[in-house]
Design a protein around this ligand. Sequence first.
Ligand SMILES: *Cc1c(COP(=O)(O)O)cnc(C)c1O
Length: 392
Amino acid sequence: MKFEEIRALDEQYVMHSYSRFPVAVDHGKGATLWDTEGREYIDFTAGIGVCSLGYADEGWQQAIARQAAKLGHISNLFYTEPYALVAQKLCTRTGLSNAMFANSGAEANEAMIKLARKYSYDRYGKGRGTILTLRNSFHGRTITTLSATGQDKFHDYFFPFTEGFRYAGANDISSLEEVAGHDVCAVMMELVQGEGGVLPLDVKYVQAVASLCARRDWLLLVDEVQSGVGRTGTLFAFQQYGIRPDVVSFAKGIAGGLPFGGVLAGEKCRDVFAPGTHGTTFGGNPVSAAAACYVLDRMDGGFLEQVKEKGAYIRRAVEEMGLPCLGETRGLGMMLGVDVTGERSNRELASILIEKGLLVLTAGAGLRLLPPLVITREEIDKGLAILKAALS
Ligand SMILES: *Cc1c(COP(=O)(O)O)cnc(C)c1O
């Protein structure tokens, strides 16, 4: 089908909850995509940080095809090999000790919130279910994860929202102490606020939060749905912060494009989810789990080192262009934010770039770049040339 036919069907039969860009993506290879009209794009989005190995990676295809040919799904009442293996790989590479799986970031965060509340209930009883989160955060689109999200614009329409969240300013330990109280069981945060504008938290602040949590037996919950699985140049961003969270959530990049997510917890949370207390029909699906095993195996030390190098290269190149509409760059690894400074909004700049053949994302008031982690130097240079020509 051609773009106009697809758009007509979408207009008529799909709920209009997205304002889409006028492109129907058809297929891809590496970090290059083609639309239904045969136009080529360099991809600086990876979905939204999902396609960590780019498009149509051969090993990834084979891992999925092999598992699909054997067993596409079975309930969590039975064991499967990919499920056990992906849990082992995640634990051995993070120093955490047990995992639970889900299908998306919001669901993983729901599990993390439930785990924190039950941990506290088991030890202290009722009345200690409040979770402190940060302003400008993003934790998902379910009613509870919207509540957890510390941005007013996400607290509209869908009343009543879930109770039990209070918000503190990021990078401000006294703000956290101000909203503390005897009803608190946990602090939940992203280490690099993604949707909020790609804002990395300060290392000193994060370490101070970790020790405050340890002193008060609050769980430290780290939302690595966007920053996890190689995106920042280490398997998880917390590994660059010198902390060990009690629970970490992940999703987006873990299975290279299939829906998968989950939480990893330390030893002290091992027995919180006793049989029957939490569950999921699809979470831990063997095909997604096999894809996740393959993704994790590809992300060895050399791979992660290259993520750091490529991220630094992109940042330097964007800064050296000195374009009047772009300001400072920020980020960790290949999770990059660029300030937008001129007359035109970030959405307008993104539209121009997409029209010229470079896919980018927005976040906060800036641009956000989350290229597939396997992007080649040649693809990066092509993308940067489009950026320069389109915005000069
Ligand atoms: C994307 C995102 C989520 C939500 O993930 P979904 O898979 O869309 O539910 C949660 N937290 C963070 C930090 C995210 O970036």
